[in-house]
Design a protein around this ligand. Sequence first.
Ligand code: F0G
Length: 460
Amino acid sequence: MEIPFAESYKIKMVEPIYRSAREQRQQWIKDARYNLFNLRSEQVYIDLLTDSGTGAMSHNQWAALMTGDESYAGSSSYYNLKNAIQELLGFEHFLPTHQGRAAENVLFSVWVKKGNVVPGNSHFDTTKGHIEFRDASAIDCTIDEAFDTGSQHPFKGNLDLLKLEEVYKNHHREEIPMVIVTLTCNTSGGQPVSMHNLREVHKMSNKYGIPVVFDSARFAENAWFIKEREPGYADKSIRQIVTEMFSYADVMTMSSKKDGIVNIGGFIAMRDKELFKQSSVFNIMYEGFNTYGGMAGRDMNALAVGLHEVTTEHYLETRIRQVEFLGNKLLTWGIPIQNPIGGHAVFIDAKHFLEYVPKEEFVAQTLAIELYLEAGVRGVEVGTLLADRDPHTKENRYPKLEMLRLAIPRRTYTNNHMEVVAVALKNIYDRRDSIRHGYKIVSEAPIMRHFSVELGPVIA
Ligand code: F0G
């Protein structure tokens, strides 16, 4: 018999989690105003809200944490991280920040001006938020296949080069501070961008004089998919692929809470010394002095180790296989999900799952609440609530995809937990036709409303 696959680690420390009764969950979700962000973690059995900052560090990361250098200036931890970024990602200059959105804030403070346009592949919500906050616009140039969940396109994170060139031709160079390529593309389902696409985006942007920025939160997962799916890369190592990927970027922003496998942290890295100097001014104001920028020395040490671990084949194989394990179970039962299965999460196509719930009643949020009630599993809506209102018309924006995202924390849950999630969804799928109504908004914030929105059932 063939020896089966198993995780590339064993477990040294555990944290208990508890199951609850449906009646308890009914009360808790009502008290939370039907917003899963308002639940206390003890009220959740399996937490797939996010893969951000929720991973388990390795023994080597914990060991590095203990030797963190907390000097205000010039700490050895800063230099450990600087060396890791230089060696693995190839950038000479970097600034630590407290997380990914802080990196965006610092970079955009230098580059984004009122009236600018910033093309990209389905910008993440904080990225878009930071752009719109400056009265600029994010233009989505993702390929159309990304919005067809049934399409098996292997690189649904790709930018459509025709759409991108359209933006470049229709605006003056001064109006376009950068193009942002998100690796993997979270919003379209953890979908990768091919090396070919990265190379072409870089070539075209160079021609027009536009800098290329990679939002690199899940860069290693992107590299894994290039190795698996793109001709010519099967025999290259993940590190070689990562090196080539970043050779097509001028700047990178990073949320280290994902593919840094740490609980907090981020950074900006760049080649241009002048940009480094300009960004330093904002980094010092918003984050901290250049050699810690919002991070403790111990966290920079753990991140330096995390970057080495995340770029290994054995880590990535375990990671991607677990996400696939959950996705394949759902596919077997005919449950509609974004295809192919993404890198960090399984995205349920809520519009096709709950066909009778009207779009005005927040379909993916309705499914998220059902899943919580069914088994205490917390996912997150990536749909109309997240899309916010149009800043000008104040109307709800109905995105092409209405998704329930089940994001899997790194090295945290076992496949038994994934079984629980899958069966819970199957139970809901079996009674899907009885779910006809969703939720209405009771109160909401003017921007990033999904974090704090209060909802009530349409039919009480
Ligand atoms: N870019 C991408 C692609 C992200 O997914 C995130 C965060 C950020 C930037 C911002 O980073 O949280 O460190 O400030 N995504 C989390 C998520 C929150 O759940 O997907 P941050």
